[in-house]
Design a protein around this ligand. Sequence first.
Ligand code: HEC
Length: 161
Amino acid sequence: MKKIFLLGLTVGALALSFFASYSFSQDMSAEELAAVYENRSEFMKGMGGNMKAFSNFLKRGDGEPMELGSMAGDMAANAGQIPDLFPMNTGMAQNEESEAKANIWTEWDDFVQAAEDLAPFAASLEAAFESGDAGNIAAAVKKLGGEGCRGCHKKFREKKE
Ligand code: HEC
C-alpha cells in the first residue's frame, strides 16, 4: 500500500510540475498565441455586438427589450470569464495582432478587478430593460460602456489605428 501511495505522490508531483511549467511558459508557440487571441477576440467582439444592439435600441427602437435585457444578463454572467482569456504574456508584446498591454500581467489584480466591475453594470442594464424605462436604459448603457468597458480598455488596451 505504502509503495502505491508513494508512486501516486510521485506521479502527482510530476503532473503538477509539468502543468506548472506549461501554464507559466513564456514561450508559447505562434499557433497557441493565435488561438488564445482568436478566442479572446471572439468574446470581445460578441460584447461589442451587444453594445451595438443596445445603442440601436436607443437610437431607433430596434429589438425587443426583454431579449436585450437577457443579453445584458448574459454579459453579467460571463464577465468573470475575462481573466481566463488572458493567459500570462499573450499580449501585444508576443503577438502583433493583439492590443493587450503588458501591464495586464504586472497589474493582474487590477485587471481582474476591472473584469469583476463589469458584471454589476451589465446587471443594472438588464434590470433597466426589465423596467422598460427609456431613461434608465440610456443611463445604464452609458455606464456599462463608459465605466465597464472603457474602465478596462483605457488602462489595459492599446487600440491599433
Ligand atoms: C477587464 C478588461 C476588459 C473589459 C472589462 C472589457 N474589455 Fe474589451 N478588451 C480588453 C483587452 C485587453 C482587449 C485587447 C485584446 C487583444 O487585442 O488581445 C480588448 C479588446 C476588445 C475588442 C476588440 C476585439 C478585436 O479583436 O477586434 C472589442 C470589440 C472589445 N474589447 C469590446 C468590449 C466591450 C464592448 C466591453 C464591455 C461590454 C469590453 N470590451 C470589456 C479588455 C477588456
